[in-house]
Ligand binder design. Structure first.
Ligand code: 13P
Length: 251
């Protein structure tokens, strides 16, 4: 049985006071409710330390939205895995489509980041997903296959136990267009089949594969009840405590 993970990617939202307000509200509202899923939030870097303090007596886990693949060095503006660990992050999002397509991160960097995160004891959420034009040209499976194979290069079947994959079709992110539940489920099943090829079926069956892309309180239940969808990576709807909690309850 795979435990579902509902994660909130705050992206470039929330100043420190706003972050404190949202986390306090989340904690309060979740106080009398024991989520059946794991919950992770991904605030911006500058809020991690304060949010980590607030989460000390809470079941909510903490992650960062990105990191650099080198251990340290002259990389102005970048953040290392050790820095993230030192402020309490357990997870890190790697290869988000906004990193791939706005900041032109290639598969090689993403793979280096996954390896560095694992080496440092951070759990990567590796994001994959096709763009609209790729889907329209019938290239979805080809793109997913490449992103999975390249992203996981050199990762052992032992290490992959600490990785989560998030399938986020780029055309569904921030657009209000969600993949139909069965459509998303078949993409997840395809990813699981690639993992079986690369590793074995035990590894594939125990891998958590989240769906992301316009997950909202009104569609979460349908998506999360699909057999291959093991959770949600939520953008817009995680910025308000009530809508994020609704999604957590759906899981
Ligand atoms: P939205 O839920 O706003 O579509 O964002 C999804 C996402 O990119 C999460 O990482």
């Amino acid at each position: 049985m795979r435990k579902k993970i509902v994660a909130g990617n705050w992206k470039m939202h929330k100043t420190l006071p706003e972050a404190i307000e949202l986390v306090s509200e989340l904690k309060n509202k979740l106080q009398n409710f024991q989520p059946a899923c794991d919950v992770i939030i991904f605030p911006p870097f500058v809020n991690l330390e304060s949010v980590s303090e607030l989460l000390k007596d809470s079941p909510i886990h903490l992650g960062a939205q990105n990191m650099h693949f080198e251990e340290s060095g002259a990389f102005t503006g970048e953040i290392s895995a050790d820095m993230l660990k030192s402020v309490g992050a357990e997870f890190v999002i790697i290869g988000h489509s906004e990193r791939r397509h706005i900041f032109n991160e290639p598969d090689e960097w993403i793979n280096e980041k996954v390896k560095r995160a694992l080496k440092k004891g951070l759990k990567p959420i590796l994001c994959i997903g096709e763009k609209l034009e790729e889907r329209e040209e019938g290239l979805t499976e080809k793109v997913l296959r490449r992103q999975v194979i390249e992203g996981l290069k050199g990762i052992s079947s032992e290490a992959i136990k600490n990785i989560v994959i998030a399938y986020e079709p780029v055309w569904a992110i921030g657009t209000g267009k969600t993949a139909a539940p069965q459509e998303a489920d078949s993409a997840h099943a395809f990813v699981r089949a690639i993992i079986t090829e690369l590793y074995d079926s035990d590894v594939a069956q125990s891998l958590t594969i989240q769906y992301g892309g316009s997950v909202k309180p009104n569609n979460a239940k349908d998506l999360l009840s699909q057999p291959n969808i093991d959770g949600a990576l939520v953008g817009g709807a995680c910025l308000k405590a009530d809508s994020f909690i609704e999604i957590i309850k759906s899981a």
